[in-house]
Ligand binder design. Structure first.
Ligand code: MN
Length: 226
């Protein structure tokens, strides 16, 4: 029997409303899923297939902990998002049965080093270091999916002022379509999270900012940038 030659990394887990822990496997994110945000980023919100990127699971910030301002950036942006927690995996999942794979939902922040992302876009390089840096995914607790939030407001306040305000029904690709599309690219497994995109109003953050994201019917994420 072989022993680990260094200490194995800890299992990343998120608290669940009502008790228990949700072990996190992978963190997927959808790009440009609200038309107004796609336009503010200079994109064309036509109904092209959704595209995906990832964050490492250990980039999540849980339990209302402070979020450190990242290194290597002077333009950290907020993106408040509905997050889907997968409870049952699969491949080639049909849109019609996709919601049966959902364990629950959370509210998350897809923090972005926008300056690095702009450089990457200009150089036709990958987004990983703009999106998947340490502490790039503050996230609230998981709410088990008794009902599925197909409508409702999604908002972000910074220091008590509303910066982002959108409607879930304005998603270009709703949650079932996202699950179906992603499951045609990778095998989804229990423990996977999917950040489903942000409404318009993204903007820069400073150290000391207090963030409060909310999705109506799901919950909140609160963190402070330090
Ligand atoms: Mn995003």
């Amino acid at each position: 029997m072989n022993a680990y030659i260094i200490a194995p990394p800890p299992q990343i887990a998120m608290p669940v409303q009502g008790g228990g822990l949700f072990p996190v496997r992978r963190v997927y994110c959808v790009g440009r899923n609200y038309a107004a945000h796609a336009r503010e980023m200079g994109g064309d919100p036509s109904r092209e297939p959704p595209f995906f990127f990832t964050k490492p699971a250990d980039a999540l910030v849980t339990g209302g902990a402070d979020t450190p301002f990242p290194v290597a950036s002077e333009n950290l942006h907020h993106e408040v998002e509905l997050v889907v927690a997968i409870g049952q995996g699969g491949v080639d999942i049909p849109v019609e049965t996709a919601l049966s794979h959902v364990f629950g939902y959370a509210v998350g922040l897809d923090l972005t080093r926008r300056d690095l992302q702009e450089q990457a876009k200009a150089a036709r390089q990958p987004w990983d270091m703009a999106k998947g840096f340490d502490a790039s995914g503050p996230i609230g607790i998981i709410v088990p999916a008794d009902t599925h939030p197909v409508a409702g407001r999604i908002t972000l306040q910074v220091n008590g002022q509303v910066r982002q305000s959108g409607e879930l029904q304005d998603m270009i690709w709703p949650v079932p379509d996202i699950i179906a599309a992603l499951s045609r690219l990778v095998r989804l497994a229990p423990g996977d999270l999917i950040f489903t995109g942000t409404p318009d109003g993204v903007g820069p953050l400073q150290r000391g900012d207090v963030l409060r994201g909310e999705v109506e019917g799901v919950g909140i994420i609160e963190t402070r940038i330090v």
